[in-house]
Design a protein around this ligand. Sequence first.
Ligand code: ATP
Ligand code: MG
Length: 391
Amino acid sequence: MLPLVQLEVLPPCSQASFAFSSIESALSIIINNLGQLTGLAAETDRLDALLQALTQEHDEVAHQGSDSTLAQLYCSPGGQQPSAPHAARITRHVKAEQEGLLLRQLSVAVPGSTRLICSKLDLQLSPGESLLVVGPSGCGKSSLLRALAGLWREGSGSIHLPAATFFLPQKPFMALGSLRHNLLFPAEVPETPSHSTSSVTSIGFSPASSKAVAGAGSGSIKHRTHAAPSNMEMTHKGVVTPGSASPGSDHDESLPLLSRSDTLSKAGQASPTATRIHVLPGSGSVSLWQDADSHGPGNGAGASPGDAELLRLLGAMRMEGVADKVGGLDATRDWTHELSSGEQQRVAFVRLLLNCPHLAFLDEATSALDQESEAIMYKLLRASRIDCFVS
Ligand SMILES: Nc1ncnc2c1ncn2[C@@H]1O[C@H](COP(=O)(O)OP(=O)(O)OP(=O)(O)O)[C@@H](O)[C@H]1O
Ligand SMILES: [Mg+2]
């Protein structure tokens, strides 16, 4: 800027022009950075919303206290539909000693709406049993899984689950860092990588024999017992919905959960979704883990696996060459772009197997895989020591 003395000697029109350009350049800072400023405001808003949600969640957990809050906290009259979005909440009871998954009168609302995905669902999943949720696109499979995993709370009823749970989304999170870091995620990479001998042993099975989930019918919830006889088309265990059979009853209906879609229809949401529960075949004798102490259910915090174990798991995932291709387990890349969607899903499966939780939620976690690879993933899953999974 010109000194004041010089300004005074300028003719008035020049002074005006100079003043105008000064104001213009000052204002253009805002205009030129409007995009960034808007982004900053949006990020601040999102962080604020996250903070509020976390605070609310924390308050609710503190408020719920013990198991005595099994009663639905905000259940709307009749329990069919929440009276308004966000009026009802699903209660969760997470206990280290909880075995399997227990749902009591679970109703889940579609995000941002009062439409129900399921109504008054009662289900008990014991260790060794798993649940397969199948249905047309948009019917609410992901929302149901998110609700079960505790990521979505709109609805009513209660969910009882063990502390050691693991959620595998369709598009897994790829962390910044090495391949090893991504395989071990969310565990930290140890400062001195261990090169211990592997605790993973035989992954000896025939992919062709793995068709536990292939060809699943549409609109169904399938209930798998690992130790069940190998009959794909399946007997069922009941699920209690209003007016239907109790879990484990000998009710001989082939579509025991049709009452659930009835419920959807009653809620004014006619849905093509027919829901079923089936018992799927057992896992056979495939053994993934040799040393029971190395990796067990909920034992993700155990000794960090060494190179041999990680490479063997990658091999089991049919990704033998990946580590070599990128320059070893400690190579750092932009994994979202370096790995295909299917490879990212297989990396996520390695995480799951290494964490070996009591209960795993898989939301179309093999959607990018071919049928044979998908069968391998599920075979590995069933061979692992993960108690139950919901997929
Ligand atoms: N975050 C959200 N906000 C608002 N509505 C949502 C949200 N997520 C899902 N929905 C709606 O909830 C309904 C169920 O969606 P969901 O993703 O659970 O279906 P889906 O069965 O998993 O479908 P797909 O097989 O295509 O993955 C859809 O109508 C969808 O538009
Ligand atoms: Mg989905």
